[in-house]
Design a protein around this ligand. Structure first.
Ligand SMILES: NCc1[nH]cc(CCC(=O)O)c1CC(=O)O
Length: 311
């Protein structure tokens, strides 16, 4: 091989991203970290997804997978080399064409209230915006006297409804607010004991083509073993419950390097009843822990609570 080939600078990796501020921010963070750790240059490639252009409510679209499929299509077409997704937006059903090469260390998994006061400071009848049945159900359990309003749109749009006075407060993921530089507007962080986050909330998934071994190997430097174990358990609960992203299912796991603790809940839409269970075990058995917990929840009526299920 000639000297010039050996010396040639490595090809710039193309990181496909949705065009939203949150997506480009988290993609840029991953790009910068990969370059810092490996020396490989990375360029962001903006991709418009159906979920970004449609005005329909997400729950009517059959899930947040709409954000994911356009990026996967670009991967398969070879237009991009890898993509960064919010893990909680990834369908639990694996896509054999791609692999999750890395799950970086998770940001704050908690849900957050944005408004003038914390939850206890809100007045009966105050309007609180959230698009998530999981959040509404758990909020109703904490404050049945508030009015919950379905909203969608990016964080800017949602927070704008508080600023304009249309809503008194909105509930969003703390991680997203942090990535947008808006953490200062949080008036309350919900402890996971009071409000179980969505499975995978606060974590990212770095995805590339299955079989792209050199890139899978390169991206693995971004992986955090404990985060991967925790979110694997959380997502397995969701998968085993056969629930989608719009189901009122919360799950949170933490792995201290020795023990994985997992709690999950299915909450009735009106917040009055729930099936909530916890388990703990070896982090290497994350998937089994999640599956067993889901089975135990189904035995206690989780399927009925979710609606039509009769397992
Ligand atoms: N479904 C939209 C979405 N996907 C990921 C996040 C936040 C960041 C994260 O959870 O990683 C959000 C916004 C929100 O729930 O407030």
């Amino acid at each position: 091989m000639s000297e010039s080939l050996l010396m040639a600078s490595p090809r710039v990796l193309r990181l496909g991203t949705r065009r939203s501020l949150m997506a480009t921010t988290q993609s840029q963070q991953v790009a910068d970290r990969l370059t810092a750790l490996t020396g490989r240059p990375v360029e962001l490639v903006g991709v418009t997804t159906f979920g970004d252009v449609t005005k329909a409510h997400l729950a009517q679209l059959g899930g947040t997978g709409v954000f994911v499929s356009a990026l996967r299509d670009k991967l398969i077409e070879g237009e991009i080399d890898f993509a960064v997704h919010s893990l909680k937006d990834l369908p639990t059903k694996p896509d054999p064409r791609v692999v999750i090469a890395a799950i970086p260390t998770r940001d704050d998994p908690r849900d957050a209230l944005v408004g003038p006061v914390g939850l206890a400071g809100l007045r009966p009848g105050d309007k609180v915006g959230t698009g998530s049945p999981r959040r509404v159900a758990q909020l109703r359990a904490l404050r049945p006297d508030l009015e919950y309003v379905a909203i969608r749109g990016n964080a800017d749009t949602r927070i704008g409804k508080v600023t304009s006075g249309e809503l008194r407060a909105v509930v969003l993921a703390a991680a997203g607010l942090g990535r947008l530089g808006r953490a200062a507007e949080i008036s309350e962080l919900f402890e996971v004991a009071d409000m179980l986050p969505a499975p995978g909330q606060g974590a990212l998934a770095v995805e590339c083509r299955a079989g792209d071994e050199a890139l899978i190997d390169l991206l693995s430097v971004l992986d955090d073993t404990r985060t991967r174990a925790a979110v694997t358990a959380e997502r397995e609960v969701l998968a085993a419950l056969e629930a989608g992203c719009s189901a009122p299912v919360g799950a949170y796991a933490s792995d201290d390097g020795h023990i994985l603790n997992l709690t999950a809940a299915v909450v009735a839409f009106d917040g009055t009843r729930s099936v909530r269970k916890s388990t703990a075990g070896d982090p290497s058995a994350a998937m089994e822990l999640g599956r067993e917990l889901a089975t135990a929840m189904i035995a206690e009526g989780a399927g009925t609570l979710m609606g039509e299920r009769t397992h």
